[in-house]
Design a binder for this molecule. Structure first.
Ligand code: B12
Length: 227
């Protein structure tokens, strides 16, 4: 077991490396996290993602601009590449298929990629449509793949307004699909208002929510609502 002191020190370096877009620092810290037996998801969420949150603050304060955001994203991905294969599975394994993408007009895909990683770890098969996905594409792919869940991500208040449109289109053409939405500006209230089946604030909860949706779907198909 890694000591709390060592864990904090590594998290701090992962965070600093993302903030200072220092890929070497991030890679070294990520490798060390694995060597000392740290939990990979802990290193990702409390190190890399926490660094990106600070980068967001610096952007809001006008200290960082888009080029810095991009370089920080590169540093985050350098760490994610190393840590991702070591994220441990959730206790419950499921079988299900998810169509996932970032809605039209939006290129923020770090959150979506973390959600994808967690879905895969839990056993879902993910059809990743990528970023800036035309709204109709979600409907088409949900029909083509017969996915259990369509998961939509948005990071901007403007682009999230594509979500209610997709929800309406999917309800019309593929009423059996369960729709899960998320991303920083998307609230639980909005999800309820737009008629989504699920919402989650982060990648770990996204998986829990998806598992519940798949279980609900299976019960509906089998006509068993006893649970
Ligand atoms: C990095 C970043 C960028 C990078 C993105 C790189 C990349 N590959 O993703 C780049 C430089 C490209 C970028 C560009 C822009 N950005 Co930007 N960006 C950010 C920043 C700093 C971090 C976002 C991030 O990655 N966070 C970390 C991840 C892990 O968090 P997350 O995405 O929220 O994901 C978690 C949850 O939301 C959830 N989740 C996410 N998706 C889903 C989906 C489902 C189904 C579920 C259940 C859960 C879920 O789980 C995730 C993991 O736990 C934010 C600031 C911030 N504070 O967030 C601004 C921010 C999002 N950007 C912003 C803006 C304005 C822009 C630009 C317009 C800037 C410009 N002038 O060009 C462009 C827009 C480009 C476009 N058309 O999309 C604004 C948006 C404002 C708004 N509310 O609408 C923000 C909030 C900054 C700000 N405060 O002004 N950006």
């Amino acid at each position: 077991m890694v000591s709390e002191e060592k864990r904090k020190e590594i998290l701090e370096r992962l965070k600093k490396g993302v903030i200072e877009f220092d890929e070497d620092m991030v890679k070294e810290a990520a490798n060390e996290a694995l060597e000392v037996g740290m939990d990979a998801l802990d290193a990702i969420m409390n190190g890399l993602v926490s660094g990106m949150e600070e980068v967001g603050n610096l952007y809001e304060k006008g200290e960082y601009f888009v080029p810095e955001l991009l370089m920080s994203a590169d540093a985050l991905y350098a760490g994610l590449d190393i840590l991702k294969p070591h994220v441990k599975a959730e206790d419950i394994k499921v079988s299900g298929q998810v169509v996932l993408g970032v809605v039209e007009g939006d290129v923020h895909d770090i959150g979506k990629n973390l959600v994808k990683m967690m879905f895969e770890v839990a056993g879902f098969e993910v059809v990743d449509l990528g970023k800036d996905v035309p709204l109709e594409k979600f409907v088409e792919e949900s029909l083509n793949t017969k996915a259990d869940i369509v998961a939509l991500s948005a990071m901007m208040t403007s682009t999230m307004l594509g979500m209610p449109k997709v929800i309406e289109m999917i309800r019309e053409k593929n009423p059996n699909a369960k729709i899960l939405i998320g991303g920083a500006p998307v609230s639980k209230d909005a999800a309820e208002k737009w008629g989504a089946d699920g919402w989650a604030p982060d990648a770990t909860n996204a998986v829990r929510e998806a598992i519940n949706l798949v279980k609900g779907l299976k019960r509906e198909i089998m006509g068993d609502k006893s649970e």
